[in-house]
Design a protein around this ligand. Structure first.
Ligand code: NAP
Length: 455
């Protein structure tokens, strides 16, 4: 093949950016188009990481350097499956890597899940991170709220709900988020885990920093600290598990702290029903559980009712499929064998299609984990290229896909456009003494970031 290998990476979050980087550094002559649904790049970093997590948001700096490479071209504001079909894309690319991640909440089907005031965590994250696809308004007219699930998303939600709006003002939150949070009446956040301290999914650093705010006291009931043999061995085998247990024990044992907002972490409480009054959330019913010796739990029949005017379920995300690409409904991933997309679970590889990140292995793991994922996936792609298994795309000039997109009603945003949007957000932030203030509206983002290739 005389011209460079033409690859589309769909989804410009960390997973897609790591994959693009590995491809252009592979030694093979490659040109990557990094295609993104949103007008701006960085996916989860921009629209998933909590605003008061600047250390994690800082990963953007290294991703930024990747996108400066001339072999990678960012093309934003394009929804694959809608603005251009996957079948169409095959005309322009020798291979397509999907790194589309996950923003939908997993279904939570207990009685009362559809009451007014029952929310998926992702909806609230979308709101506070200024994702234009989510609501601009958030009702925080509640004194007590419940958060179901004991993973890092539950911690993000609880922290943002319990902090004062002024504490978050220094971050990149947009004006509408600050105004909403300023009206919050929340005093107590109750987090519920259905298993024990050795089974929670928190990571030590995130659990520890929950208590750093002077306005927040974290409380754990000493009765909720319990271990069985499997829990003890989990502590011995993984340092992080042991650290999390120690932090929880610390919260359970220490002297009370004078703080206006409380975050309670309740363990061994399985949600049974969200209780309602006049169609609105009024409480949560849970059933006590106990360890079964193998690190799992059994239910005891002992029920408790907790007062709460809102319930957030942070029980995990659900990666969405892409029109025209096989999707495993049971596992909520693209069926794949280490990264090669299969025509169904356990089926045959579909030539030229690959997956990486959460759409490949499900919505678990930290951002760094997607690096090794991307390594495996891109190695397979290059192996297939080497073996002549990739069908060369007939239209392979860089301009060809732009001409095709010009036929659709798509205002493509670009890397140069991102620089302009970035500068506008930084200028808006600087005026208020902060690093950045996010621009939320889709059209405003497109106005700054594109279109350079237009209809
Ligand atoms: P997660 O870590 O998988 O946690 C989900 C939690 O929901 C688990 O505690 C799980 O309990 C619980 N759960 C699931 N179904 C439930 C049900 N029906 N009833 C009650 N509880 C239920 O998912 P996540 O919090 O969405 O996080 C996703 C990934 O992003 C994780 O790898 C996380 O570390 C990462 N992340 C990192 C940060 C950070 O700041 N570093 C921030 C956010 C997210 P069981 O274990 O009992 O099933």
């Amino acid at each position: 093949m005389a011209s460079p290998l033409r690859i589309a990476v769909v989804g410009a979050g960390p997973a897609g950016i790591y994959a693009s980087d590995l491809l252009v550094k592979s030694g093979v002559d490659v040109r990557v188009d990094l295609i993104e649904k949103m007008p701006a790049p960085f996916g989860l970093i921009r629209y998933g990481v909590a605003p008061d997590h600047p250390r994690i948001k800082g990963i953007v700096k290294s991703l930024h350097r990747v996108l400066e490479q001339e072999e990678i071209r960012f093309l934003g504001n394009i929804e694959v499956g809608k603005d251009i079909t996957v079948e169409d894309m095959r005309e322009y690319y020798d291979a397509i890597v999907f790194s589309t991640g996950a923003t939908d909440d997993r279904d939570f089907q207990i009685p009362g899940h559809d009451l007014d005031g029952s929310h998926g965590a992702g909806e609230f994250v979308g709101f506070y991170d200024g994702n234009p696809n989510f609501s601009r308004d958030w009702d925080l007219d509640a004194e007590k709220v419940a958060v179901i699930g004991v993973g890092n998303v539950a911690l993000d939600i609880a922290r943002v709900l319990a902090k004062t709006a002024d504490e978050l003002r220094v971050t990149e939150i947009p004006d509408n988020v600050y105004e909403n949070l300023s009206r919050s009446r929340i005093k107590e956040v109750h987090i519920f885990g259905r298993r024990g301290p050795a089974q929670v999914k928190f990571t030590p650093q995130e659990l520890k920093e929950l208590d750093h705010s002077p306005t927040i006291e974290v409380i754990v009931d000493p009765d909720d600290i319990d271990y069985d043999e499997a829990s003890e061995s989990a502590r011995r085998e993984a340092k992080a598990v042991d650290q999390v247990c120690q932090i929880l024990e610390g919260y359970a044992m220490r002297e009370p702290k004078e703080a206006p907002h409380k975050i309670y972490i309740h363990l061994f409480e399985a949600p049974v029903e969200i209780l309602g009054e006049d169609g609105k959330v009024a409480g949560l019913k849970t059933e006590r559980t106990e360890l079964d010796g193998a690190g799992n739990v059994t239910r005891t029949g002992e029920e408790t009712t907790w007062e709460a005017q809102q319930v957030y379920h942070a029980i995990g995300y659900r990666p969405e499929g892409v029109e025209g690409v096989p999707y495993d409904e049971n596992e909520s991933v693209m069926p794949n064998d280490g990264g090669r997309v299969l025509d169904g679970p356990g089926g045959e590889a579909v030539p030229g299609l690959y997956a990486t990140g959460w759409i490949k292995r499900g919505p678990v793991g930290l951002i760094g984990n997607t690096k090794s994922d991307a390594k495996d996936t891109t190695a397979m792609l290059l192996e297939d290229h080497e073996a002549g298994k990739l069908e060369p795309a007939p239209k392979r000039e860089l301009q060809d896909i732009l001409d095709r997109l010009a036929q659709s009603d798509v205002a493509v945003t670009t890397w140069e456009g991102w620089h302009r949007l970035d500068a506008a957000e930084r200028a808006a932030g600087e005026a208020e003494g902060r690093e950045r203030k996010k621009i939320v509206e889709w059209d405003d983002m497109v106005k700054h970031a594109g279109p350079e290739y237009h209809i």
